[in-house]
Design a protein around this ligand. Structure first.
Ligand SMILES: NC(=O)c1ccc[n+]([C@@H]2O[C@H](COP(=O)([O-])OP(=O)(O)OC[C@H]3O[C@@H](n4cnc5c(N)ncnc54)[C@H](O)[C@@H]3O)[C@@H](O)[C@H]2O)c1
Length: 271
């Protein structure tokens, strides 16, 4: 294999993906397996995680993907899980800090009536969980003096949602919307990313943020059309179009990139 082909490969790398059972997390696991990494999927939902592990094991063979059920809001559980992972795999090369919470009442109230309990529930995953995962895995990366952390943020770290496009929008039969807690948490991801990037750069650890635009994953036609009309490329993203840039950022092809915020949004943030 030539030098430049090798730069994009992940053979022999151990990669953790949080929120592995979700829409993007499962595609990230697939892309990492396909690029040669050994993948450790972490999720709070056991059933879809096991289904993903079975599906990818059938496709890529045994010893390519492992599932660990863990609630990333619980520091003790994170420590125990990372301890088990290090014991079993000796190292972690890549951390995709990707999990998000979408509790049942995520979208159910307007800002003035939004409950503090729901706000904290979302923050406890999107920010606290991300912090605790970076802390637990970062410790081992610092010991090894190498590692890559990629944190999933969103276009809604830079942009406010255009609230007008959500009326009539539905996902899985429920009204759509993006509450302030999501926008706030995703902006926080950028702060944590830049902080860690400068803190750990001299220790061989790269930290970047990936900001996807809206991914087509079953939203109704009305929402898809309204959203797409605001995007220079005129459409929502496919999951594979987010996974491709993810692979680049965690690979050695991006070895001089740290502290950066990558928008993968069909040009939406450009105008
Ligand atoms: N899907 C999109 O259109 C889109 C757009 C922009 C950004 N993003 C970002 O991409 C990332 C993935 O989004 P998604 O759409 O795949 O989300 P998703 O809701 O499909 O998946 C999130 C996963 O996180 C898991 N999770 C929730 N709480 C957890 C906890 N306490 N411990 C462990 N796991 C937990 C869930 O079980 C779920 O499998 C998120 O950071 C999101 O903000 C997604």
């Amino acid at each position: 294999m030539g030098f430049y082909q090798q730069l994009f490969r992940l053979d022999g790398k151990v990669a953790i993906v949080t929120g592995a059972a979700g829409i993007l997390g499962s595609e990230f696991c697939k892309a990492l397996c396909n690029s040669g990494a050994v993948v450790i999927g972490i999720d709070i939902q056991e059933k879809p995680l096991n289904e993903l592990v079975n599906e990818l094991s059938n496709h890529y063979g045994d010893h390519r993907i492992y599932g660990f059920v863990c609630d990333i809001t619980q520091q003790g559980k994170i420590k125990k899980t990372i301890y088990e992972i290090i014991k079993q795999f000796s190292k972690v090369d890549i951390l995709l800090n990707n999990a998000v919470a979408r509790p049942a009442d995520f979208n159910s109230a307007c800002f003035l009536e939004y409950s503090l309990t729901t706000w904290r529930e979302v923050m406890s995953v999107n920010i606290d969980g991300m912090f605790m995962m970076a802390q637990a895995v970062g410790k081992h990366m610092l010991d090894n003096r190498q590692g890559v952390i990629l944190q999933t943020s969103s276009i809604y770290s830079l942009l406010a949602p255009d609230h007008r496009i959500y009326s009539g929008g539905e996902y899985a039969g429920k009204a759509m919307g993006t509450p302030a807690v999501y926008t706030t948490s995703k902006a926080g991801v950028i702060g944590l990313t830049k902080h860690l990037a400068t803190l750990w750069a001299e220790h061989g650890i790269r930290v970047n943020a990936l900001c996807p635009g809206g991914v087509a994953s079953g939203q109704n036609k009305k929402f898809n059309e309204k959203y797409s009309s605001r995007v220079p490329m005129g459409r929502m993203a496919k999951k594979t179009e987010i996974a491709g840039p993810m692979l680049f950022l965690v690979s050695d092809a991006a070895s001089y990139i740290t502290g950066q915020v990558f928008y993968v949004d069909g040009g939406l943030s450009t105008w």
